[in-house]
Design a protein around this ligand. Structure first.
Ligand code: NAD
Ligand code: UDP
Length: 326
C-alpha cells in the first residue's frame, strides 16, 4: 500500500486521536495539529516518538503550510458546553479553519475530508434524517455558532470543489462515543458514565424522552477511512452513524446497569434548541462503501465504561477548562 502524508487537524481530540492510531497502524505518515482547547495531550501521548508521527500545536484559524496528500479536518470542539463557552472562536474554527485547510488542499492537490455533523439538520422535522433534508437550524440560538459554522464549512467545501476542483469528502457525523472521551465533558455518554462511576446523580435534561442514535468510535473511524477512500468526484455529503435510536432515559438505564449503580436521576432544564429526535438514514453511505456499524450499543458502552474506570483509577484525566454543565 502507498504510504501517504496525512494531516489530521484536531488530532489530539477524541475522534482525532483514534484516527491517528488507525492511520499509523496503516503505516502512513501522520501530521497531527491541535490547539488543545478541548483535546488532551494524554490522548496522543502513546504516539510520541512513533515512526511517522509528528505533532504541532497550531490553531486552524491561522494558515499553515505543509506538503500532504490527504487532510482530515476534525478541529472543532464538539461538546455543547465547550463550543458554547467561546462561540465566536467556534465559528472562526469552522469557517476560517475550512478556508485555511481548503487553501492548503488546493495548493498541494490534497484530498480533504470535512468532519461535518448531524447538527446541520438542527432540530429535525424529518425523521430519520437523510442527506436530502435541508434542516431546521435556529440561526440565532446558542447552538448556531456550531451548527451554522459547520453549515458554512460545508458550503465552502463545495465552492472550493466547484470553483477550484478541490477533491472533497463531506461526512455528517452522528453522536459518537467511546474510550478517551473527556470525563464529564458535557456530552451525554461521558457525563452519565462519569457521574455513575463517581456515585453522583445522573443529570437528565428535560423529561429524558428526547432521542439520539449512538455510534461506537471504531465504527465511526472505519466510516471515515472508507469515505476518504472513495473515488475522486464522490463528494458526499453522507451521514455516518448508528441508526439504533434510543431515548436519553434508556441510555441512563443502560449505563447504570453497566456500572452496577442504582439508578439515581436528577432532572434539569432542557437546553435551548436541544433536538427532540435524531437518527441517521445511512443508506447513502452503505450503498457507496458497503460500510455499516458493527458494534452494538451495550458492547460499546461496556468498553467505554472500562476505559473510564481505568482512567479514574489512574486519576490522570484533567479537563482543560471548567464546565458548568452536569
Ligand atoms: P473533540 O473536542 O474531542 O476534538 C476536537 C479537537 O479539535 C480537540 O482536540 C480540540 O483541541 C481541537 N480544536 C478545537 N479548535 C481548534 C482550533 N481552532 N485549532 C486547532 N485545533 C482545534 O471532539 P470530537 O468528538 O473528537 O470531534 C471531532 C470532530 O468531529 C469535530 O469537528 C466535531 O464537530 C465532529 N463531530 C463529532 C461528533 C461526535 O459525536 N464525537 C459528532 C458530530 C461531529
Ligand atoms: N443530555 C442530558 N444530560 C447530560 C448531557 C446531555 O440529558 O448530562 C442530553 C442533551 O440534552 C441531549 C442529549 O443528551 O438531548 C445528547 O446531548 P449531547 O450534548 O451528548 O449531544 P447533542 O445534543 O449535541 O446531540
Amino acid at each position: 500500500m502507498t504510504q501517504l502524508r496525512v494531516l489530521v487537524t484536531g488530532g489530539a481530540g477524541f475522534l482525532g486521536s483514534h484516527l491517528c492510531d488507525r492511520l499509523l497502524e496503516a503505516e502512513h505518515q501522520v501530521f497531527c495539529v491541535d490547539n488543545y482547547s478541548s483535546g488532551r495531550k494524554d490522548n496522543i501521548a502513546h504516539l510520541i516518538g512513533a515512526t511517522g508521527f509528528e505533532v504541532a500545536e497550531h490553531d486552524v484559524t491561522l494558515p499553515l503550510d505543509l506538503e500532504v496528500d490527504q487532510i482530515f479536518n476534525l478541529a472543532c470542539p464538539a461538546s455543547p458546553p465547550f463550543y458554547q463557552s467561546d462561540p465566536v472562536q467556534t465559528t472562526k474554527t469552522s469557517v476560517l479553519g475550512a478556508i485555511n485547510l481548503l487553501d492548503l488542499a488546493r495548493r498541494c492537490g490534497a484530498r480533504i475530508l470535512q468532519a461535518s455533523t448531524s447538527e446541520v439538520y438542527g432540530d429535525p422535522l424529518v425523521h430519520p434524517q437523510s442527506e436530502s433534508y435541508r434542516g431546521n437550524v435556529n440561526a440565532t440560538g446558542p447552538r448556531a455558532c456550531y451548527d451554522e459554522g459547520k453549515r458554512c464549512a460545508e458550503a465552502l467545501f463545495f465552492d472550493y470543489h466547484r470553483h477550484y476542483g478541490v477533491d472533497i469528502k463531506v461526512m455528517r457525523i452522528f453522536n459518537t462515543y467511546g474510550p478517551r472521551m473527556l470525563f464529564d465533558d458535557g456530552r451525554v455518554v461521558s457525563n452519565f458514565i462519569h457521574q455513575s462511576l463517581t456515585g453522583r446523580p445522573i443529570t437528565v435534561y428535560g423529561d429524558g424522552r428526547q432521542t439520539r442514535s449512538f455510534c461506537y468510535v471504531d465504527d465511526q473511524i472505519d466510516g471515515m477511512l472508507a469515505l476518504m477512500g472513495t473515488a475522486a468526484g464522490v463528494t458526499g455529503p453522507v451521514n455516518v452513524g448508528n441508526p439504533h435510536e434510543i431515548t436519553i432515559l434508556e441510555l441512563a438505564e443502560e449505563i447504570s446497569a453497566l456500572t452496577e449503580q442504582r439508578p439515581d436521576y436528577r432532572y434539569d432544564t432542557i437546553p435551548k434548541d436541544d433536538p427532540a429526535r435524531r437518527c441517521p438514514d445511512i443508506s447513502a453511505m452503505t450503498d457507496l462503501t458497503g460500510w455499516q456499524p458493527r458494534v452494538p450499543l451495550k458492547t460499546g458502552l461496556a468498553r467505554t465504561v472500562e476505559d473510564f474506570r481505568a482512567r479514574l483509577s489512574a486519576a490522570t484525566d484533567t479537563p482543560p477548562l471548567s464546565l458548568n454543565a452536569g
